[in-house]
Design a protein around this ligand. Structure first.
Ligand code: SF4
Length: 387
């Protein structure tokens, strides 16, 4: 992981970037302590308390720690605590009475993105976190894919989502990097965020409470493997196991073949009982025949232990298929099981508030994105693969 830069700056040096404060939410506790020692004349000994308070309670209050005026000012000058602003929260009850909650967050530069708290049973939940504002992968079944990529989120903004929703009283037990964006298309910031989220002095998530989901970013899978975290979960969004269908619904398949993806996944396996998640968005008329199920089984066979999650298609603003009936989903699940796969049928949650899989980045949000693009100087926003 690239180290953050916090060398003591020469007095009155004001070049852009050189004097940027250190992001507390974008640092590990060790980095923060090191920067505090480097940058502060006094008050550096409070680094661990400041870190805990910022990451666990969502507060940065050096004065409240009993530091003197000069030490507090030093912390405020050299360090920055910046949470994404919660613009709105939209909720939808599940059949069991728990709530799917979608928070619409705003970055410091005015971009909106979304985070969804998905209940698991009635007591626990998993937070579906975004890694980009928009996405350039352009999967045809996904609302976010229609936005294009505006920009990557920084590690501080990825971590900030978790801190911000905890400040709302949400207490997710696990995190899936499956919100807006392809997580491994922003691998540098994702890897940094993973280290920060698992920092024992901060949020201290165990490795097996984190799941990275990818459409098949082979170079990113290799970088994740280099981390050497044997208990980190990985899921792929497969959605078709023949090249032609996959290319038709996922442009990434034009750059990475199923064979290359399969090889990367075989290499990724770092422990015997590792279970790869394989997500399959079921779309009648596109990928829902018995032949499709047999192709999925053939793709998964060399991958060891696999759990296929069948996700009924959630139509967005411009549907490419109808949602599958319960009978269709059950039939497809049976075909997969008959082929020897372990399968879970995903219950649709949050469809009514555009918080279900493939629905993040609703039309109103996209309209604001278009407006912003029109206002932006050429080159100011990232280019999109969908444009
Ligand atoms: S499914 Fe994921 S990778 Fe594909 S466009 Fe949507 S956010 Fe991007």
């Amino acid at each position: 992981m690239q180290a953050i830069s916090c060398r003591r700056r020469p007095p009155r040096l004001t070049l852009v970037g050189v004097n940027d404060p250190v992001e507390i939410l974008g640092s590990t506790s060790e980095e923060l302590a090191g920067c505090a020692r480097e940058l502060l004349d006094r008050g550096a000994g409070c680094a661990a308390r400041i870190y805990r308070c910022a990451h666990r309670e969502g507060r940065f209050d050096p004065d409240g720690l009993g530091l003197g005026t000069a030490a507090s000012a030093g912390w405020r000058d050299s360090f920055r605590f910046r949470l994404p602003t919660v613009s709105r929260v939209i909720e939808e009850p599940t059949e069991r009475g728990a709530l799917v909650r979608k928070a619409i967050l705003v970055t410091h530069d005015g971009l909106e993105f979304e985070t969804v708290d998905v209940p698991i049973g009635t007591r626990r939940s998993s937070l579906c976190v975004s890694t980009q504002v928009g996405c350039r992968m352009a999967c045809r079944f996904c609302e976010t894919g229609r936005m294009g990529l505006l920009r990557n989120l920084t590690a501080a903004e990825i971590v900030g989502q978790v801190v911000a929703v905890r400040a709302l009283g949400w207490k997710p037990r696990s995190i899936v990097f499956m919100g807006m964006g392809e997580a491994l298309d922003n691998a540098d910031e994702l890897l940094r965020a993973l280290r920060i989220l698992t920092d024992r002095n901060g949020l201290a998530f165990a490795h097996d409470r984190l799941t990275v989901c990818t459409v098949g970013h082979v170079a990113g899978i290799q970088r994740l493997a280099e981390l050497g975290w044997k208990r980190l979960n990985l899921s792929i969004s497969l959605n078709a196991a023949d090249e032609e269908t996959r290319r038709a619904i996922m442009p990434v398949a034009g750059r990475t073949t199923l064979g290359e993806l399969q090889a990367a996944l075989v290499t990724y396996r770092q422990r015997d009982n590792f279970q790869l998640g394989v997500h399959y968005c079921l779309m009648p008329g596109i990928n829902a025949t018995e032949r499709d199920a047999r192709a999925v089984a053939a793709f998964c066979r060399p991958l060891g232990r696999v759990l296929v999650q069948v996700i009924p298609y959630n139509p967005g603003s411009n549907p490419i298929a109808r949602p599958p009936t319960d009978h269709k989903v059950a039939e497809f699940v049976d075909w997969l099981r008959d082929a020897g796969l372990r399968v879970r049928r995903r219950i649709t949650k949050g469809r009514g508030v555009m918080a279900a899989c493939g629905q993040l980045g609703d039309p109103a949000l996209r309209a604001r994105v278009r407006e912003r693009r029109t206002q932006a100087e050429p080159g100011e926003l990232s280019n999109s693969a969908t444009e």
